[in-house]
Write a protein that binds this ligand. Structure first.
Ligand SMILES: *[C@@H]1O[C@H](CO)[C@@H](O)[C@H](O)[C@H]1NC(C)=O
Ligand SMILES: *[C@@H]1O[C@H](CO)[C@@H](O)[C@H](O)[C@H]1NC(C)=O
Ligand SMILES: *[C@@H]1O[C@H](CO)[C@@H](O)[C@H](O)[C@H]1NC(C)=O
Ligand SMILES: *[C@@H]1O[C@H](CO)[C@@H](O)[C@H](O)[C@H]1NC(C)=O
Ligand SMILES: *[C@@H]1O[C@H](CO)[C@@H](O)[C@H](O)[C@H]1NC(C)=O
Ligand SMILES: *[C@@H]1O[C@H](CO)[C@@H](O)[C@H](O)[C@H]1NC(C)=O
Ligand SMILES: *[C@@H]1O[C@H](CO)[C@@H](O)[C@H](O)[C@H]1NC(C)=O
Ligand SMILES: *[C@@H]1O[C@H](CO)[C@@H](O)[C@H](O)[C@H]1NC(C)=O
Ligand SMILES: *[C@@H]1O[C@H](CO)[C@@H](O)[C@H](O)[C@H]1NC(C)=O
Length: 474
């Protein structure tokens, strides 16, 4: 019995029985459209796993247009309706508990109509000056990556205005004729939006453009610079527009004032009006400068932001193992951070095996430091399990899984106690064998061993106590 117990203690301490470890990586948001269905695989390893998907906190029940496969982990959505939109996550469960996947927002790709459509409006510009045509009342278009502003002239949508040395469309969608010529006049212009995902195009109100003779001369001017926002690790786009056509070259400098040359990190396009910054880091945040040949300067700002990321791996999803000893309290810290200058993430909830903690009445559980720390003040009921923290900022949601393995008495594992306890155990076994087979031993001898038995008894857990008692009674 003692040999078995000791083996259990030592081997049990080394094997780690834990809830599944989720390996799926999702985009933070998916957009459904009329033509395609969505299949999201929740994947995890370790043990015999069952998968459950949740939509806005409710378990997904299989219906015609939305199904969640408990064995494969696939979530399938085949219809574009509001019922299928929401915040989703998957819970992967095995015999030891459950883990929670990253959160995924599912919404619809949309392209609305232009608002406040007016009859044709008039605009007149002076020849050889800068002429700006606003794209008013742009409709909602999602996802943003799939939306492209296009300008057309004339009737219908056939005659697309192409960008060239004299023509630019800014990142807000407005058209700039940088040195407008007579032949741009007496035409109607309209902006429209193309949604690559829904394959739809909508056209806005028309503007009739007249070109007047130039009354005064003009020289190149600053017209537009972007304030761009990009997520950490993604690809940032900055834009500068100057008027005039003599402006053949735009040079870019980083925030430290060093000239930028085209390489893996930077690329320019559209006559140098656009700068692409690859794999952005927080180092890239700041004012870039764009300079023309005649020293006109603008300073577009690149804002590098991010959903919460965990300090351990720099990502928004983390799985971490914990070994717990009976006499310790457990302290779990949800240490996610936002971008340096932004508000810290807010912990929205904690879960145990994928179930949200709803009752705060359990005095054995405390939420500390604005909910970023979960403290469990007594021995855990379950031997193993998963605790999850969900935290968010303006840019997204992050999830950490703490996989807990409860190994019992810490004295079998920690520091100098280890050898001491092992010695006591081995000694105890010897003594107990002596006692068990010691029918012939005299009472005096038994009394001699008695104090030692008490020492062992004090040092054992309740489980072992029974064993000692039983044997001692023999
Ligand atoms: C999608 O669902 C809506 C409402 O539930 C239904 O009217 C429509 O026919 C469905 N479309 C497809 C392609 O099944
Ligand atoms: C544009 O129209 C105005 C009057 O409608 C006319 O005077 C002018 O010559 C026209 N310009 C061109 C370039 O056709
Ligand atoms: C606009 O174009 C005209 C003719 O091509 C040129 O003479 C003039 O210098 C240009 N203006 C500017 C500001 O570039
Ligand atoms: C940017 O990231 C991509 C993919 O993450 C990688 O292949 C590429 O080498 C990175 N480029 C630079 C300049 O770090
Ligand atoms: C960036 O430029 C803007 C205006 O051009 C200025 O207000 C801002 O302080 C600058 N930011 C930094 C970090 O230099
Ligand atoms: C632009 O500035 C640089 C240095 O600041 C100077 O050498 C150059 O002559 C200037 N060019 C013009 C066109 O003013
Ligand atoms: C950058 O964007 C984030 C997220 O929208 C915002 O909270 C932050 O204030 C912005 N930073 C600057 C300097 O504009
Ligand atoms: C957690 O335990 C599993 C299985 O023992 C192991 O594969 C994984 O690397 C561990 N993870 C960490 C962060 O220790
Ligand atoms: C808790 O939040 C408040 C306000 O958001 C903040 O001032 C305080 O520093 C936070 N405390 C901790 C321990 O993070």
């Amino acid at each position: 019995m003692q040999f078995f117990l000791m083996t259990w203690l030592l081997i049990g301490a080394q094997s780690f029985n834990h809830p599944p470890i989720i390996t799926s990586e999702f985009q933070p948001e998916y957009f459904l459209n009329r033509f395609s269905s969505l299949a999201l695989p929740c994947q995890a390893y370790s043990g015999n796993i069952k998968y459950y998907w949740y939509q806005n906190g409710q378990k997904v029940e299989n219906q015609i247009h939305i199904t969640a496969n408990i064995n494969s982990g696939y979530l399938m959505i085949t219809n574009y309706t509001k019922d299928n939109f929401g915040m989703f996550y998957c819970v992967a469960e095995n015999d030891y508990g459950a883990s929670v996947s990253p959160f995924v927002k599912i919404s619809g790709a949309v392209l609305d109509k232009f608002r406040n459509m007016r009859p044709m409006s008039m605009l007149s510009c002076e020849e050889h000056h800068h002429c700006k045509l606003d794209c008013f009342n742009k409709p909602r278009c999602e996802p943003p990556d799939a939306c492209l502003v296009e300008w057309t002239h004339g009737f219908g949508t056939q005659n697309t205005v192409l960008e060239d040395e004299k023509t630019a469309i800014d990142l807000d969608g407005n058209l700039h004729l940088l040195n407008v010529s007579k032949d741009c006049g007496n035409k109607s212009y309209a902006c429209g939006i193309w949604n690559e995902q829904t394959k739809e195009f909508v056209k806005g109100s028309s503007i009739q453009l007249f070109i007047e003779a130039s009354k005064s001369g003009t020289s190149p001017r600053k017209i537009f610079h972007s304030n761009s926002r990009v997520h950490l690790g993604k690809h940032g786009v900055l834009q500068c527009i100057f008027s005039g056509t003599s402006m053949s070259e735009i040079k870019w400098k980083n925030k430290h004032g060093s000239s930028i040359s085209t390489n893996n990190k930077y690329r320019t396009s559209q006559y140098g009006r656009i700068l692409h910054v690859m794999n952005v880091t927080y180092e890239d945040e700041g004012n870039f400068t764009c300079v023309t040949e005649n020293n006109l300067t603008q300073a577009p700002y690149l804002n590098v932001t991010s959903p919460p990321v965990f300090l351990d791996n720099g990502k928004s999803f983390l799985t971490t193992n914990f070994t717990v000893y009976s006499e310790e309290f457990v302290r779990l810290t949800c240490n996610a951070v936002s971008s340096p200058m932004e508000n810290p993430p807010v912990v929205t909830h904690w879960m145990k095996n994928g179930n949200i903690f709803t009752s705060f009445r359990d005095i054995s559980i405390q939420f500390l430091e604005n909910n970023s720390v979960l403290k469990i003040n007594r021995a855990l009921d379950d031997k193993v399990g998963g605790f999850q923290c969900v935290t968010e900022n303006s840019e997204g949601i992050a999830v950490v899984n703490f996989l807990i393995n409860y190994v019992g008495d810490n004295r079998t594992l920690k520091g100098p106690f280890y050898l001491f306890y092992l010695t006591v155990l081995v000694f105890a076994i010897g003594v107990l064998i002596l006692i068990a087979f010691g029918f012939f031993v005299r009472k005096r001898c038994y009394q001699k061993l008695m104090p030692l038995y008490l020492v062992i008894r004090r040092r054992s857990t309740t489980n072992h106590e029974n064993d000692y008692d039983n044997i001692a009674i023999q």
